[in-house]
Design a protein. Structure first.
Length: 419
């Protein structure tokens, strides 16, 4: 297994770019299945999850290749030449692989894929996907761990859908299925994340008719067919948050050139609360305090504090002056990295879905392991303020969502290497 080797290096400084958003591009790759022809996606991050989704699409009959460093070309065949069975080996690696379900069902009339894998941080049921597709006329069943879906002859039909919870991935899946359904589909309590909005922008550029972008009520007027996409992926707000948090934890000054304030207001508000000076609207600079202050945080659906931000903030608060309480309201297993932080001398205790963090002046180096993408990045940040040499194992988790995290941090002056 790969690992990060991290040594303290003082305040970080410089300018970096976040690149395209993982949580947008994976869905947008799947959306290409909706139209025959050559699709072009720009500002695509070179991360492992993109490689996995590329393998899924290739197994379905698409031609996927890098046209440039950050430009992906996806050639999609006719509906009769698309396979409808996704491979278990790739689906098991990637939670987002479930989003091929809607496009395959809409375009080919059938889809079969194993229940998807991905990061293990609690129960994330797929019933919102299945119930929504069922309301649109599909016959969807789970048999021995495999999702089997078919639709009647013709097209899916529009439906009024109300999600019990504003699931990001379910909204994406239903949005893609509805784009070519017959009639009007309304998704109430839809996810509002910038990545959902970006997918809708892309679908509209392909000829879809979607209104209500950025709101919790999406209205989709089904069209007969779509054309190939030419789309630039929105910047990754969680990667942006990672490098801004690096400034906060080290007392440095970091600019993320493509970060957008409107997409991460609540995160930036927390950085301001702990003492960061912030500037910029498109291109954000964070100047960290000599030592962060304490603050309380609760995760909520967008535009609240995203659960992906939480490990980064917990790492920063572990060296804050004071006591903080962080509450996880979305996933029941997303405190599994806390025991790793404790190995580095953090005074963090878990109480149900809360953690209490009593900040210490410095952490102590040790050997820890990444439990998921963001937890791994957070442990690397913790290593920047831990006396001695910290090793973060299971670095392949981080590779799923970050393009060369170690190299980018080195550009800012950090002593980090990927071993």
């Amino acid at each position: 297994m790969g690992r990060f080797v991290v040594r303290p290096s003082g305040p970080l400084a410089g300018t970096v770019v976040a690149g395209g958003a993982k949580n947008a591009v994976l869905k947008e790759m799947a959306a290409c299945l909706l139209a025959e022809g050559m699709h072009r996606l720009r500002n695509v991050p070179r991360i492992d999850d993109v490689d996995t989704m590329s393998a899924v699409l290739a197994s379905l009959g698409c031609r996927v290749h890098w046209a440039d460093d950050h430009e992906l070309s996806i050639g999609v065949p006719s509906a009769t030449r698309l396979a409808t069975v996704a491979p278990a080996v790739d689906v098991a690696k990637l939670r987002a692989s479930i989003v091929v379900l809607g496009p395959l069902l809409a375009r080919c009339g059938a889809a079969s894929l194993p229940l998807p894998g991905g990061d293990d941080f609690g129960n994330r049921p797929v019933n919102f996907h299945l119930e929504g597709l069922g309301a649109m006329g599909a016959d969807v069943r789970v048999l021995r761990g495999v999702i089997e879906a078919t639709r009647p002859v013709g097209r899916l039909h529009g439906a009024k859908l109300t999600l019990e919870y504003p699931s990001h991935t379910a909204t994406d899946n239903l949005l893609m299925a509805a784009a070519t359904a017959e009639g009007t589909t309304v998704i109430d309590n839809a996810a509002r994340e910038p990545e959902v909005e970006d997918l809708a922008f892309m679908l509209n550029s392909m000829g879809a008719s979607i209104t209500g972008l950025g709101t919790s009520r999406l209205v989709i007027e089904g069209v007969d067919e779509l054309r190939p996409a030419d789309h630039e992926v929105v910047a990754d707000r969680v990667v942006s948050a990672t490098y801004l948090a690096a400034a906060a934890i080290t007392g440095g000054e970091v600019t993320v050139a493509d970060a957008r304030r409107e997409h991460m207001e609540t995160f930036l508000r927390k950085l301001a609360t702990i003492g960061c000076e912030l500037s910029g609207e498109v291109g954000i600079t964070a100047k960290g305090p000599a030592r962060p202050g304490a603050c309380d945080i609760a995760t909520l659906p967008y535009p609240g504090v995203a659960t992906d931000y939480k490990p980064l903030l917990v790492a920063v608060l572990s060296v804050a002056d004071g006591t903080s309480v962080v509450t996880e309201n979305l996933f029941d297993g997303r405190f599994r990295y806390v025991e790793e932080l404790v190995k580095l001398g953090a005074q963090v205790t878990t109480e149900g879905h809360h953690v209490v963090i009593r900040g210490v002046e410095r952490l102590t180096a040790g050997s820890v392991r990444a439990t998921d993408v963001r937890a791994g990045a957070a442990l690397v940040l913790a290593g920047l303020v831990a006396d001695g040499t910290t090793e973060v194992a299971n670095a392949e988790h981080v590779d799923r969502g970050y393009q060369d995290l170690a190299g980018t941090l080195r550009h800012l002056g950090a002593d980090v290497e990927r071993a």
